[in-house]
Design a protein around this ligand. Structure first.
Ligand code: PAF
Length: 288
């Protein structure tokens, strides 16, 4: 497995990979969810390249950039175990050379709401680094977890609008036994906060039951139930909403059989750690 720290090295290795390439972009602190992304990427028949870079431009001032977990040696071991062909783990100097004017990519409405509203500049930073990684590695496929649902939609929209020749593949969220979605930030949860964090999943399950079993069609009722569930687990709710699964637009009415499903999205802070999660409701076959 090659490990490239510079763009030049990564390009040289990339050119030597015969066959198709799938990129799994990450910020490291790899977990079961990333292992599943690597597995999904391999199933496509591609050689898998993983990128590891904690991208400063997607963190707003005062967010957890400095506290974001970093453990490159363990990450490289997981990649080796997963049969990854190469890892690109650039330095800051490589990705953002001092003095080089930066480029901003905005994906309009999709990126201004929800995470974009709570984390100003977040998606501009994500798009910038993802576009850069795609230009460096030139993969045929790039794999993103559905756990970051809005990110997946924003990246799909960017790639489509800029006619980039890569297929963006969304991969199912991997969960712990109690339902908590795997996230690199979970390691920052203390014992009590870890117990409370499951409230995000419980809120989504509550929404699922209301929509799929009770046939609730009022988004306001479902959203209030999610907020209530998160409150029980002492989660400071940033949002708990029902949206259109593709445009992420608010809905007047939940009509899963007509619209092909809706997405429930939640975000909240548990003892200083901010987590997000989501679930497709109404029609399990909805393609993310
Ligand atoms: O999902 C992530 O880990 C990051 O947002 C990504 C896509 C690697 C960009 O830094």
């Amino acid at each position: 497995m090659w490990v490239a720290k510079t763009i030049e090295e990564a390009r040289r290795h990339r050119q030597q990979v015969s066959g198709r390439v799938a990129l799994v972009p990450t910020m490291g602190a790899l977990h079961k969810g990333h292992a599943k992304l690597i597995e999904a990427a391999k199933i496509t028949g591609c050689e898998v390249v993983v990128s590891i870079f904690v991208n400063p431009t997607q963190f707003a001032p005062g967010e957890d950039y400095d506290r974001y977990p970093r453990r490159l040696d363990e990450d490289l071991a997981l990649c080796r175990q997963g049969g990854v062909v190469g890892v690109f783990c650039p330095t800051m100097q490589q990705m953002y050379p001092p003095g080089q004017p930066g480029c901003e990519l905005e994906v309009g409405l999709l990126s201004n709401q929800l995470e974009g509203e709570h984390r100003p500049g977040h998606f501009a930073g994500v798009c910038r680094v993802v576009a850069k990684l795609l230009n460096i590695i030139e993969p045929d496929i790039a794999c993103f977890g559905q756990k970051d649902y809005q990110q997946l939609k924003v990246v799909q929209a960017m790639v489509e609008d800029l006619a980039m020749s890569v297929r963006i593949m969304g991969c199912q969220t991997v969960r712990e036994e109690d339902g908590l979605a795997c996230s690199s930030r979970n390691v920052r949860l203390g014992l009590q906060a870890r117990r409370h964090a499951v409230g995000l999943y419980r809120a989504l399950m509550e929404a699922k039951m209301l929509v799929e079993q009770d046939g609730e069609s009022d988004p306001g009722v479902v959203e209030a139930a999610m907020v209530q569930a998160m409150c029980v687990y002492q989660i400071e709710t940033d949002y708990a909403v029902i949206r259109h699964p593709h445009s992420l637009a608010p809905l007047d009415c939940i009509e899963p059989r007509l619209t092909g499903g809706v997405v429930a999205l939640v975000a909240g802070v548990i003892d200083g750690v901010r987590l997000i999660d989501n679930m497709l409701l109404g029609q399990s076959a909805v393609e993310a």
